[in-house]
Write a protein that binds this ligand. Structure first.
Ligand SMILES: [Zn+2]
Length: 258
């Protein structure tokens, strides 16, 4: 099978609710979804034919939500961090992790991940995945790649996503581990994704950037970017080059910065 055909086949096989930032649906929900929409007849969201302008057909929130993500961050308009929701990261955790191409991104699911704490609450790392260009922009700048580290509070089920931007530059070891092992389970340490400085970031409340576009997601965009080599970026983009949702209106929200 040629690469393109492989990607198409993978896209067709992907389930409706497996995407950016989304917790996996329950087995019961999957079964129900498959019963209602037999495989092969389901309309799947994507970034082309059923792209962002059509996502409302999959979830109303994607069209009518007013606290959606991603957004363009205007540094001069951000406000000082209200320290109630300061980010503390505990990601130094060696674990086996499954790497899959889910039809929308390359997704890595650690068997047992690290966590972050916000407001005295622990949010566990569920998965991380990559976009071939950054979804959020900063002062209009779109970074060459981004990783979204998706965390969930096990009690309230609220989601918190930490985004690490990549600029073209030095190669980054964990990217090779991910890109070269799609379909396999490997040992990773999510901390390797993080830049040295994790204490400066933008914070705001937004949504998943893929259907169902659910809101009340805590977003943390680390200011210090990581680097990826030209070869690594090109390698990743053989899988996904335009899997980013356009920026959404900020509406009444304030972006915090520290
Ligand atoms: Zn994402």
């Amino acid at each position: 099978m040629k690469l393109k055909e492989t990607i198409l086949a993978a896209s067709a096989a992907a389930l409706l609710f497996v995407g950016c930032g989304n917790a996996e649906p329950s087995a019961a929900a999957k079964a129900e979804n498959e019963a209602k929409h037999p495989v092969g007849h389901e309309k799947h969201w994507d970034y082309v034919e059923h792209g962002p302008a059509h996502w409302e057909e999959f979830s109303k929130t994607c069209g009518s939500g007013i606290h959606q993500s991603p957004v363009n961050i205007i540094p001069g308009k951000s406000v000082s961090m209200d320290h109630t929701y300061d980010l503390t990261m505990h990601e130094d955790f060696h674990t086996m992790a499954a790497i899959i191409d889910n039809g929308h991104s390359i997704k890595v699911t650690p068997q047992k991940g690290g966590s972050i704490s916000l407001h005295g609450e622990i949010f566990n790392l569920l998965q991380f995945h990559f976009h071939g260009k950054s979804e959020h922009t900063v002062g209009g700048k779109r970074y060459d790649m981004v990783v979204h580290m998706v965390h969930q509070n096990p009690i309230t089920k609220q989601l918190a996503v930490v985004a690490v931007f990549f600029d073209e530059g030095e190669s980054h070891e964990i990217l090779d581990t991910v890109i070269n092992n799609v379909g396999k389970t490997v040992d990773v340490d999510p901390q390797d994704l993080l830049p040295k400085d994790t204490s400066h970031y933008y914070h705001y409340v937004g949504s998943l950037t893929t259907p169902p576009c659910s809101e009340n997601v805590q977003w943390y965009l680390l200011k210090q970017p990581q680097t990826a080599s030209k070869e690594q970026i090109e390698h990743f983009r053989k899988f996904y080059v335009d899997n980013e949702r356009p920026v959404q209106e900020l509406h009444d929200r304030k972006v915090e910065s520290n």
